[in-house]
Each structure stands twice: as C-alpha cells, then as structure tokens.
Design a protein around this ligand. Structure first.
Ligand code: AMP
Ligand code: ZN
Length: 141
C-alpha cells in the first residue's frame, strides 16, 4: 500500500510521482521503492532513490522500509557504475541541511572529474533528449 503525506493539504511532489499523478524519468522500481532522474541534475545521470511510503526523513521510516531503500540504493549505484565508477551518495535531512522536498530521498550523483558541482550557481533543467538517453542506459538489467 502506498501512503501519502499525513494531511491532504500537505502536497508531496514525490508522492505524486509514486501515484503517477506527476511524470518522472523512472530508471528503477520495485514494490517499496523507486528511482528517477533529478530534473535539475548536478551532473549527468543525477538520480533520486525514494521509498514509496511517505516519510520526511530516514528516521521516520520503519526498519523494513529503510532496509528496502538501501537495497534499492545499492541497485541504483550498480546502474550508475555503467556511467562512471565515481559518484556521491547524499541525503539531506532538514531545511538547514538543504532539504527542499520533505519525502526522504538519497541523491546519487555521478562524478566525471568536474570541480565541485554542489556549488553551481545554476542547475540547467534536464532535457528530454538527455533523459531519454539516460533511461536507455540505466533502466533495465
Ligand atoms: P533536496 O534538496 O535534498 O530536498 O533535493 C530535492 C531534489 O529533488 C532536488 O535536487 C530537485 O532538483 C529534485 N526535484 C524536485 N522536484 C522534482 C521532480 N518533480 N522530479 C525529479 N526531481 C525533482
Ligand atoms: Zn511524499
């Protein structure tokens, strides 16, 4: 079962993606988790890995969901290794740590030798052409 944010007034963009009310470039999905391309990627192939159940932060999730999320993170990292051996995994918890979407997510950010991408002043949106190419590279076994 997929649950959304606790109050109907608290709209959650990632719950909308899980419920297929909003589009996403999904590269991996299983019963409890999903991974899709970040629409404002720090680098090529920047992905987000989320639980299907809503929770603002990792410590809100029951243990089984945490386990499922980390298993999914491992699968997604293996797929990112099709692009590069180097990547960052990040989790922002709380506004002062940079969390903007309050549905827990791991970022997987491939690195190709660029200088610190996290300080970029602008993050150009993902293009459809790039997204289609990445889905072809990353989705599927
Ligand atoms: P955080 O700062 O850790 O909360 O990161 C939230 C991330 O979600 C940012 O990198 C956004 O670019 C990304 N994001 C927001 N809305 C969407 C969306 N509809 N589809 C894909 N990524 C999104
Ligand atoms: Zn949510």
């Amino acid at each position: 079962m997929v649950t959304g944010p606790s109050r109907a007034s608290e709209k959650c963009v990632f719950c909308d993606i899980v419920a297929r009310r909003s589009p996403a470039w999904i590269i991996y999905e299983d019963e409890g988790t999903m991974a899709f391309l970040d629409i404002f990627p720090f680098t090529r192939g920047h992905l987000l890995v989320i639980p299907k159940h809503h929770g603002a932060r990792l410590t809100d999730l029951p243990f089984e969901q945490q386990t499922a999320l980390v298993r999914s993170l491992d699968e997604v990292c293996r797929r990112v290794e099709r692009l590069t051996d180097d990547y960052n995994v990040a989790l922002n918890a709380g506004a002062r740590a940079g969390q903007i979407v309050f549905h827990v997510h791991f970022h997987v950010i491939p690195r190709y030798g660029e200088s610190n991408p996290f300080r970029a002043t602008s993050r150009p949106p993902l293009t459809e052409l790039e997204a289609r190419t990445l889905v072809a590279e990353l989705a599927g076994d």
